[in-house]
Ligand binder design. Structure first.
Ligand SMILES: O=P(O)(O)O[C@@H]1C[C@H](O)[C@@H](CO)O1
Length: 255
């Protein structure tokens, strides 16, 4: 990593200070809305919203279906901040830029990060329209050193070698399943393992078979770097994948 790619603590703090000067909301929960899930932010009450282009230091979203707005407000009695649109490695952002908002959330006083994404299913039991509660992830870019924590460690955020076992909070996963049962939608939900690939191309059949054999249930191109950075700085994490497609695993099914 080049030193020009580094982001100083002051830069995160400046963005957090600017946001706190613009809104009275002090969120406990941050929600990153994946592709097609941005409408959740529209349901917040007493909204204050900011275009990413107006927020000092914030990266810009280039993906269709991502509005590029940070929305503060109340959701079921909790003060939240929602990202309508996230940053992906395949857009050309450095991993520190893709995860920039997570550290800003920490400085705003957020305690819990909810990550959502669109993902392709590799598991027989996960159909398009189902929701997977993420119980763990395989961070393929991270395994080969494409990790936002590479480079000098910022001790003010967390330790040099943070543990990632249990990074998806067990209590939150259990609560989500209980609530799904109460709402009568448990049949659409199950826990599973998400894998992040770099993208932007979708998987070859050989790659899909490899992921399946490795125990991956759903695959996408985001989320893992945000969760790594959130866990590093002590945020509690809950994650959901909205299954948008079945990944093609058979040469007979390919077009
Ligand atoms: O932000 P997310 O992860 O929902 O973005 C979607 C899913 C894949 O990462 C990528 C291609 O579909 O866009």
């Amino acid at each position: 990593m080049h030193s020009k790619d580094q982001i100083s603590h002051d830069e995160y703090q400046k963005t957090a200070d600017w946001l706190m000067s613009q809104t009275k909301h002090r969120p406990q929960v941050a929600i990153i809305c994946g592709s097609g899930l941005g409408m959740l932010a529209d349901t917040l009450k007493c909204q204050d919203s900011f275009a990413y282009s107006d927020i000092p230091g914030f990266p810009q979203s280039t993906v269709q279906g991502h509005a590029g707005r940070l929305v503060f407000g109340e959701l079921k009695g909790k003060t939240c901040v929602c990202m309508q649109g996230r940053f992906h490695m395949y857009e050309g952002h450095s991993l520190l830029k893709t995860t920039f908002p997570v550290r800003v959330f920490k400085l705003l006083g957020v305690e819990t990060l909810i990550v959502t994404n669109a993902a392709g299913s590799l598991a027989d039991g996960l159909q398009p329209g189902d929701i997977m509660i993420i119980k763990d992830h395989v961070n393929f870019p991270g395994l080969v050193g494409l990790n936002p924590l590479c480079g000098p460690n910022d001790d003010k955020f967390g330790p040099r070698f943070p543990a990632m076992s249990g990074c998806y909070d067990k209590n939150l996963r259990c609560q989500a399943m209980e609530i799904a049962k109460q709402l009568g939608v448990a049949g659409l939900m199950q826990e599973g393992v998400y894998a992040m690939v770099g993208g932007p191309n979708f998987e070859t059949i050989a790659e899909a078979r490899l992921l399946h054999r490795l125990g991956v249930d759903a695959v996408g191109m985001s989320t893992a770097p945000e969760v790594v950075v959130a866990t590093h700085c002590g945020l509690r994490v809950f994650g959901l994948s909205l299954i948008t497609n079945k990944v093609v695993k058979s040469y007979e099914d390919s077009v």
